[in-house]
Design a protein around this ligand. Structure first.
Ligand code: P6P
Length: 341
């Protein structure tokens, strides 16, 4: 790609702000800050053993999951990058139980940021792709006159003003949406710039590839079991076509594949913890990814209902997730309306 043809993230955002009208200056600056923080996280992830950043801390996060060193390092990078900019009224993270208010010494802004600093962190120690997922919501209009609370974050996903993820893999890339299409950027490490490499990403239909953790099969509800059984039956079964399976253990890596070549991703409810709606978190995994998937022409449901319509009741609440190419998700959804045999 010639230097002249390259559109950096900064130029793209300024042009979006100028032409699109859906990117206010504070939101543009917020995205720049988050993207810069993801560059710093990428640099840290890429050091691996040499940076002493692998392994666990021996502590647990609010999810009751073992915290990796990079979970905390990445959370701190995003915190420090976003506190002083004046774009946020507060932020929240998978790694912090409560919301984080902007310190009084800094101005407060019009947005709320909620993120998973390192998603798929169990893959860090085995050198597989991990990522950062983030969601941007509007802060309450009176945020400058009162203390923002967790309740202000509990907005349904269709109210997100922006969403994105960074994936730290063979390349470091960034995928963004502001509600008018999905755009992909690749990190040019030599210059330190995010370069626009994909415009208006649309999920291909017709790809017969499903992503699910098959070891949970006996725990799924009957509709999911039947759907996956029929995929596995391939051309000998009711689908009449063979399927392939992928499962990386890192949502951002599986989503990058679905965005690029289609297929479906599932983390359905299972009976291991019947009271838990699912494993993935609504506010900083399912909602931002769901917005990206829908903006790329796909569908994102919890089995029956649209994920972005779910009214949140807790910052760290979990949800069942079935998302990907609209044609395939629609097939999966029909299994939930079939009479259970
Ligand atoms: P399992 C990572 O912990 C994560 O939240 C997602 O990134 C990933 O898709 C899923 O959980 C993997 O879960 O049960 O297969 O380890």
């Amino acid at each position: 790609m010639t230097q002249a043809a390259r559109v950096t993230l900064s130029r793209f955002l300024i042009e979006q702000q100028r032409e699109g009208g859906n990117l206010p200056p504070q939101l543009r600056l917020l995205i720049e800050v988050v993207a810069r923080a993801c560059k710093a996280i990428s640099h840290t992830v890429n050091k691996g053993e040499l940076g002493g950043v692998l392994g666990s801390l021996g502590s647990e996060n609010v999810q009751g999951e073992v915290q990796k060193k990079l979970d905390v390092i990445s959370n701190d990078i995003l915190l420090e990058a976003n506190e002083w900019g004046g774009n946020l009224a507060a932020l929240a993270s998978e790694e912090m139980e409560a919301i984080h208010l902007i310190p009084h010494r800094y101005p407060k802004g019009e947005y709320l940021l909620v993120y998973d600093p390192i998603d798929g962190s169990s893959n860090i120690d085995v050198n597989l792709s991990v990522g950062t997922i983030f969601s941007v919501l509007a802060a309450p209009e009176d945020a400058s006159q009162r203390v923002v609370t967790e309740q202000d974050f509990l907005q349904p996903g269709f109210r997100q003003v922006a969403a994105g993820y960074a994936i730290y893999g063979p390349q470091t890339s960034l995928v963004l949406t502001f509600g008018q299409g999905v755009f992909g950027f690749t990190l040019d490490r030599e210059v330190g710039s995010w370069v626009l490499t994909r415009r208006n990403i649309m999920i291909p239909s017709g790809n017969r590839e499903f992503a699910v953790n098959m070891s949970n099969q006996r725990h799924w509800a009957p509709p999911v079991r039947r759907y996956i059984e029929d995929c596995i039956a391939g051309r000998d079964g009711p689908r009449g076509v063979d399927f392939n399976m992928r499962w990386t253990g890192s949502m951002v890596a599986d989503i990058e594949r679905v965005l690029t070549r289609g297929g479906i991703f599932l983390y359905p409810w299972d009976d291991r913890e019947p009271d838990r709606a699912g494993k993935l978190r609504l506010m900083y995994e399912a909602n931002p990814i769901g917005m990206i998937i829908e903006q790329a022409g796909g569908m994102a449901i919890d089995g029956r209902d649209r994920i972005l319509d779910i009214a949140p009741v807790g910052l760290h609440q979990r949800v069942a997730v079935i998302l990907g190419a609209a044609d395939e998700v629609e097939v999966a959804r029909r299994y939930f309306s079939m009479p259970s045999v």
